[in-house]
Design a protein around this ligand. Structure first.
Ligand SMILES: Nc1nc2c(ncn2[C@@H]2O[C@H](COP(=O)(O)OP(=O)(O)OP(=O)(O)O)[C@@H](O)[C@H]2O)c(=O)[nH]1
Ligand SMILES: [Mg+2]
Length: 475
């Protein structure tokens, strides 16, 4: 039988109310051993089934009373108590919540009073882990609980809410069903070769695997790659020649003096990072050292590192100076980025300069297309920054996000999906080469196990430990 656990469920610090949560077979008994209901003697607050017996709260009713130290009967706090009887509770076990005043000392005193009565302090994520182990939610839903708590943007919350409601689970269960069906078919051919072998249509089986499983897994993986910024934030890197105003632009985007600005080329040598929010999505922006040929070893290191950042970026702000013609170096750099198929916004800065000083001309080879746009700003006078922000948002949200888009597998899911995909590939190659069904069955089982690991049907305890250690205590 499971032990009974308790934890403070509200964040540390002072606040309106603090909640202590209990779960497990003894939770009601232990909670009641330190709870003195205010109206216990009257009919109110009593379970109608036991009007004259000991206090026995009804499930999901709120009771007013006091928590006491059961040894001394000293009152610790005035509280509200609610019992949620399993299986209709968060963990599916009997759950009790005690709402007290939210001082850290009071909450600790209540928790200690419970521990004295034999309750164990919950580990991080243990309530949610029990909900998973008791079968109320699958592993993707458990992970989404953490995502909701840690979400850094509205979009990330939307995504996590879709996942917590079981959307990803539904897709994975469909995949599992298709795999199980194919596996049953293959195993029948192994077990009853005479009856089945003659009729088994390997081409149809391969086609079924391809359309019902392979395609869908492939789709999910590409969604991880395309939409992951919703979860982790968009990565934007500002690049360009020295002195074009990259740091000035950075400061405007994050709306503070984050990066040093001077008229000396080569001012920025390291990477300055900060964040802002566009259209509900967090954006992490990095200011880099100006990219150019240099004999200065410190600057050279900065530029080498800039390349590493560039490859990890979702969008590049390719900044140029309206006061200068485009250099050969900038042209070469741009071609290199275009070849890397990066999303680029060409930001023409210093457009406040008088007309006769605007030496910049748009090079003919810098064509605007789906992934390449341009805009004109003045970082010095804070002009065009909002337009730039809407371009950023347009580049990543070409259309409204549908519920399907909200299902974005996380990195763990993606690794499982990739394992499933390579096993499936082997299975379908095997079918093509008419390999023995025993071998096909092994590959299909590997694929099924990999997919089942996502929702937790098959999962190793250390993976569970890893997932639930990301939770806070009390969740
Ligand atoms: N007129 C004008 N000057 C600007 C504008 N933006 C930046 N500057 C000036 O250009 C100079 C360089 O600005 P920075 O922001 O330091 O340029 P940077 O690209 O970060 O330079 P490095 O870090 O040296 O590569 C400073 O003197 C800025 O005041 C602008 O919009 N208009
Ligand atoms: Mg700079």
């Amino acid at each position: 039988m499971n032990s009974t656990i308790a934890a403070i469920a509200t964040p540390p610090g002072h606040g309106g109310i603090g909640i202590i949560k209990l779960s497990g077979p003894q939770s009601v008994d232990i909670a009641l051993s330190i709870f003195r209901p205010k109206f216990a003697s009257s009919q109110a607050g009593r379970d109608s089934a036991t009007p004259s017996g000991p206090f026995s709260p009804k499930s999901r009713y709120l009771y007013y009373g006091h928590v006491v130290d059961a040894d001394s009967e000293n009152v610790i706090d005035e509280v509200l108590l609610v019992v949620m009887r399993g299986p209709r509770s968060y963990t599916t076990e009997d759950v009790v919540e005690i709402q007290s005043h939210a001082g850290p000392v009071v909450l600790k005193k209540i928790l200690n009073a419970l521990i004295k009565r034999g309750i164990r302090l919950a580990d991080p994520g243990e309530f949610t882990r029990r909900a998973f182990l008791n079968g109320r939610i699958d592993l993707t839903q458990a992970e989404a609980v953490v995502d909701i708590i840690n979400a850094r943007s509205e979009k990330a919350v939307d995504m996590a809410v879709a996942q917590v409601s079981g959307e990803l689970n539904r897709i994975i269960q469909e995949l599992r069903a298709s795999l199980i069906e194919s596996l049953t078919y293959v195993e029948a051919a192994i077990d009853f070769p005479d009856e089945v072998d003659a009729d088994i249509d390997t081409a149809a089986l391969a086609a079924h695997l391809d359309s019902a499983v392979f395609e869908k897994i492939h789709n999910l993986i590409s969604r991880t790659n395309d939409q992951n910024f919703l979860r982790d934030g968009l990565k934007i890197v500002i690049i360009g020649a020295p002195n074009v105003g990259k740091s000035s632009l950075m400061n405007r985007l994050v709306d503070k003096d984050r990066s040093i600005v001077t008229d000396i080329p080569g001012t920025t040598r390291d990477f300055i990072e900060d964040a802002f929010v566009v259209n509900g999505v967090p954006v992490v922006v990095t200011d880099t050292a100006g990219l150019h040929e240099t004999p200065d070893p410190v600057e050279q290191i900065g530029m080498d590192k800039a390349w590493a950042y560039i490859s990890g970026a979702d969008i590049l702000l390719f900044t140029v100076d309206a006061g200068n013609p485009v250099s050969e170096a900038a042209l070469t750099l741009f071609t290199k980025l275009e070849q890397a198929q990066k999303k680029i916004i060409i930001v023409v800065n210093k457009t406040d300069l008088p007309d006769d000083q605007q030496a910049f001309q748009f090079p003919a080879q810098w064509q605007e297309k789906e992934n390449i746009t341009s805009t004109r700003i003045s970082a010095l006078y804070n002009r065009g920054i909002d337009e730039l922000k809407s371009q950023i948002s347009n580049l990543v949200f070409n259309s409204d996000i549908t519920i399907e888009d909200k299902i974005v597998p996380n990195l763990r899911h993606k690794l499982c999906l990739e394992n499933a995909l390579s096993a499936l590939k082997k299975a379908s190659d095997g079918l093509e080469q008419s390999l023995p069904f025993e071998l096909i069955a092994i590959d299909l089982t590997t694929a099924l196990d990999a997919v089942s690991e996502i929702t937790g049907e098959t999962v190793k305890p250390d993976i569970l430990d890893n997932i639930f250690s990301r939770f806070c205590i009390g969740k």
